[in-house]
Write a protein that binds this ligand. Structure first.
Ligand code: ADP
Ligand code: MG
Length: 628
C-alpha cells in the first residue's frame, strides 16, 4: 500500500522553483523586480553565456539588513507583506517571498548587501554598528553558508552562477545562449519601459547590449529598443475613466507586425499579459490592419490596487480586474478615437521630422476641402440629379454619390463590368467627418484599377476597389444603424446545399444574418433556403455569398461576438458590391469615387485593412527627382 510522505524542504523548494524559475530570464526578472522594490535608481546587469554561467544584478537600492540575509533566502519570507489583507493593496513588484529561495535552490547564489545610510536612520531599533557594514551569504543549491562581513558599496549585489546545475533536466532544456539572451533582453525591455527614470545597463559576455539613462523618457526608450523609425510613427494616448488612467503610445497601422509581441501592457508599473485588453487594442484597429496582423502599442494602465487581484499567477504576469468590461471599453474607445484623429492615408515613407520627434504628434491643420465638382472648368456631373441638390459642398458630395449610383445602373447590361448594384438613395451627408483629406485637383484612371489623383500637396494613388469597398462598408454600417438597409424578399426562396456542420453554423447565426438582410431558414438535411437578400448584393448568386459567410464563420477559433460577425459580414457585402479592379470608369465615375472619400469616417483602409490610397507628397517627389 502506498503511504503518504511529507516532502523534504529541498524538494518543495525545487517544485516551487519550477513554477517561478523557468529559464535564466526568469531569474533576471525576479532580481530586477527586487531591485525596483528596493528603490534603486541604477541597476547593472551582467550576463555570461545567456545566463547559464552567470547572472549578476547590482543595484543601489536600500539594501538588506545583515540579520535578514538568511531569511531573504528562505521560503515565504518577505518584507513586503505583513497580513493577508495587504494582498489586496499590493504596491510592490514582489510579495510572495519565494523568488530568492527558489533561485537559491537551483543555482549557486551569492548575495552581498549593505544598507544605505538613509535607510539606516529610518530603521528604528536596529543595531546601527553592525548594519553600517554590509554582509554576504552564499547558497549552493539551497545549502547556506554563514553570514560574513562585506564591505562593498551601498545596495545589493546578487550573483547566480551555474543555474540548474543540480537540476540536469532543466539545464538540458536551456536553449542556445543567444536565445536565452533574447528572453533576458525582453525582460530588460519591459522593466525599462515600466520605469522611466531608472538608469539600467545590460551586458552580455562583457559587452554592452543596452543602456538607458535616467533622463531617457518612454519615447526615448522606445527609440532605443525599437529604433527611430518606429518611434516616429507613434501616437500618444491619454485617457481617464473613473479612477482608471490609460496612457502611452500606439503605432500607426503602417507599423503592423506579424505577432502581438510588440504590444506592451503595463498595469501599475508591472508588465502584464491580458487577452481581453489585447483584444480591445486590436479591435481599435479594426479595418486598419489586415487579418492576422498586429498593432504596435505601449499601453500603461493605472488603477487603484484594490481594483485588481495580482495574486492569480505565479509570475504575476496575469491579473484579474474587478471591472474588466469597463477597461475593455476604455482601451477600445481610446485607441479608436485616437486613430480616427489621424490622416491614415498610407505614406510611402514617413517624413522624418527635423527635431527627431514624431511628426504626427502635432495636430494637423484642418484644411477646407472644396469639392472637386465645385472647381471652375471641371464639368459638374449631373446625370442623375437629386432634386434637392444645390451646389454647396455638402450636397455636391451627395451628388457624387448619386453619380456612382448612375454608373451602376448604366452598366447593368455589360456583364464583365458586373455593374454591382449599389444602394440607390444616398441622402446628403455631412462632409465634416474628415475635413483634412487632401484637396483633389485632377484625377485619372490607370490600368482600370487605380486612380491617380493630383492633390494640393502631392499625388494620391487610389485602389478603386479598396476605396469603394470602404465607402460601401461605411454606408452599410450607417444604414444598419438607422434600419434603412434595403432588403429584397425572394419570390422563390433559393435552396443552398452545404455540409452538415456548415448548415448548422449558418443557422446558429441566423439572427445576425437577418439583421443584415440575409434571411436563411432550415430546409432540412444540409440544405438552407435563402428567403431575403440585401439589395446591395442582388447581382451575386446567394449560394456564393452564403459559402463565403460560412468560410468566415468556420475560420474562427472561437465564436465571433455579434459585433465582430456583423462587421465581417458587412465587409463581405461591401467587397462583393464594390467596383472591381479591371472595371473601366468614366471621368464622372472617377470623380464620384474620389469625392466619396469625404463621405466616410475612415476611407484610408478597406475593411480588410488594405490601404485604399498611397500618398506621394510633393516634397517626396521633389526629393526623389533630386529637385531638393
Ligand atoms: P519578495 O520580493 O516576494 O518579497 P524575494 O524572495 O524576491 O521575495 O525577496 C525576499 C526579500 O529579500 C524581499 O522581501 C526583500 O526584503 C529582500 N530583498 C531581495 N532582493 C533585494 C534587493 N535587491 N534589495 C533589497 N532587498 C532585497
Ligand atoms: Mg521578489
Amino acid at each position: 500500500m502506498l503511504r503518504i510522505l511529507q516532502l523534504p524542504t529541498n524538494v518543495i523548494t525545487k517544485i516551487a522553483a519550477g513554477e517561478v524559475i523557468e529559464r535564466p530570464a526568469s531569474v533576471v526578472k525576479e532580481l530586477l523586480e527586487n531591485s525596483l522594490d528596493a528603490g534603486a535608481t541604477r541597476i547593472d546587469i551582467d550576463i555570461e553565456q545567456g545566463g547559464s554561467e552567470l547572472i549578476r544584478v547590482v543595484d543601489n537600492g536600500h539594501g538588506i539588513h545583515p540579520d535578514d540575509l538568511e531569511l531573504a533566502l528562505s521560503n515565504h519570507a518577505t518584507s513586503k507583506l505583513a497580513t493577508a489583507d495587504d494582498l489586496f493593496a499590493v504596491r510592490t513588484m514582489g510579495f510572495r517571498g519565494e523568488a530568492l529561495a527558489s533561485i537559491a535552490g537551483v543555482g549557486q547564489v551569492t548575495i552581498q548587501s549593505r544598507m544605505s545610510g538613509f535607510r539606516l536612520q529610518e530603521s528604528e531599533g536596529r543595531d546601527q554598528e553592525s548594519s553600517e557594514l554590509g554582509a554576504e551569504i552564499s547558497s549552493n543549491g539551497g545549502d547556506l553558508s554563514g553570514v560574513k562581513v562585506w564591505n562593498g558599496a551601498a545596495g545589493t549585489r546578487i550573483e547566480v552562477r551555474h543555474l540548474f546545475f543540480n537540476v540536469p533536466v532543466r539545464r538540458k532544456f536551456l536553449r542556445t545562449a543567444s536565445t536565452e539572451m533574447g528572453h533576458i533582453c525582453e525582460i530588460f525591455t519591459r522593466i525599462a519601459f515600466a520605469r522611466p527614470g531608472m538608469h539600467m545597463v545590460l551586458k552580455h559576455n562583457g559587452k554592452n547590449v543596452y543602456e538607458v539613462s535616467a533622463a531617457d523618457d518612454l519615447l526615448a526608450r522606445i527609440g532605443v529598443f525599437f529604433g527611430k523609425e518606429l518611434r516616429a510613427q507613434l501616437y500618444a494616448i491619454d485617457a481617464r475613466q473613473g479612477p482608471a488612467h490609460l496612457f502611452g503610445y500606439i503605432g500607426d497601422p503602417a507599423c503592423e507586425r506579424g505577432n502581438a509581441k510588440s504590444q506592451y501592457l503595463f498595469l501599475n508599473g508591472r508588465w502584464i499579459r491580458d487577452r481581453s485588453l489585447g483584444h480591445a487594442l486590436q479591435e481599435g484597429y479594426r479595418g486598419l490592419l489586415m487579418t492576422g496582423r498586429y498593432a504596435v502599442a505601449f499601453l500603461f494602465l493605472e488603477v487603484p490596487p484594490d481594483q485588481v487581484d495580482v495574486n492569480v499567477h505565479p509570475t504575476k504576469s496575469e491579473v484579474r480586474f474587478r471591472d474588466a468590461g469597463a477597461l475593455y471599453s476604455m482601451v477600445l474607445a481610446t485607441v479608436r478615437n485616437r486613430l480616427n484623429e489621424e490622416e491614415l492615408t498610407s505614406r510611402l515613407q514617413p517624413p522624418p521630422s527635423a527635431n527627431g520627434s514624431p511628426a504626427y504628434f502635432s495636430p494637423r491643420p484642418a484644411e477646407a476641402t472644396p469639392s472637386l465638382f465645385a472647381k471652375p472648368g471641371f464639368p459638374t456631373f449631373t446625370k442623375n440629379p437629386i432634386p434637392s441638390v444645390v451646389s454647396s459642398p455638402l450636397s455636391v458630395a451627395a451628388e457624387a454619390a448619386a453619380a456612382l449610383v448612375g454608373f451602376a445602373e448604366e452598366t447593368e447590361e455589360t456583364e464583365e463590368t458586373a455593374g454591382e448594384a449599389l444602394a440607390t438613395d444616398h441622402g446628403p451627408r455631412t462632409t465634416d467627418a474628415k475635413p483634412d483629406l487632401p484637396e483633389v485637383i485632377n484625377a485619372i484612371q490607370v490600368h482600370n484599377t487605380y486612380l491617380v489623383v493630383e492633390t494640393t500637396d502631392g499625388m494620391l494613388v487610389i485602389d478603386q476597389h479598396a476605396l469603394h469597398e470602404r465607402v460601401l462598408f461605411e454606408e452599410i454600417k450607417e444604414r444598419l444603424r438607422h434600419g434603412t438597409l434595403d432588403v429584397q424578399q425572394m419570390l422563390i426562396p433559393e435552396p443552398v446545399e452545404l455540409a452538415a456542420d456548415q448548415a448548422a453554423l449558418l443557422l446558429e447565426h441566423r439572427k445576425e444574418l437577418g439583421e443584415l438582410g440575409l434571411g436563411v431558414e432550415d430546409f432540412g438535411g444540409n440544405t438552407v433556403i435563402v428567403t431575403r437578400y440585401p439589395a446591395l448584393l442582388d447581382r451575386r448568386p446567394p449560394a456564393e455569398i452564403l459559402k463565403r459567410v460560412v468560410d468566415q464563420l468556420m475560420s474562427k477559433e472561437r465564436l465571433p461576438t455579434r459585433e465582430q460577425l456583423l462587421s465581417e459580414l458587412m465587409s463581405l457585402m461591401a467587397c462583393h458590391a464594390a467596383v472591381r479592379s479591371g472595371d473601366p470608369l468614366t471621368p464622372e465615375e472617377i470623380a464620384a469615387l474620389v469625392e466619396m472619400r469625404h463621405l466616410s469616417n475612415d476611407t484610408h483602409h478597406c475593411p480588410h485593412g488594405r490601404p485604399t490610397a498611397l500618398l506621394f507628397t510633393r516634397q517626396e517627389l521633389d526629393r526623389q527627382f533630386r529637385r531638393i
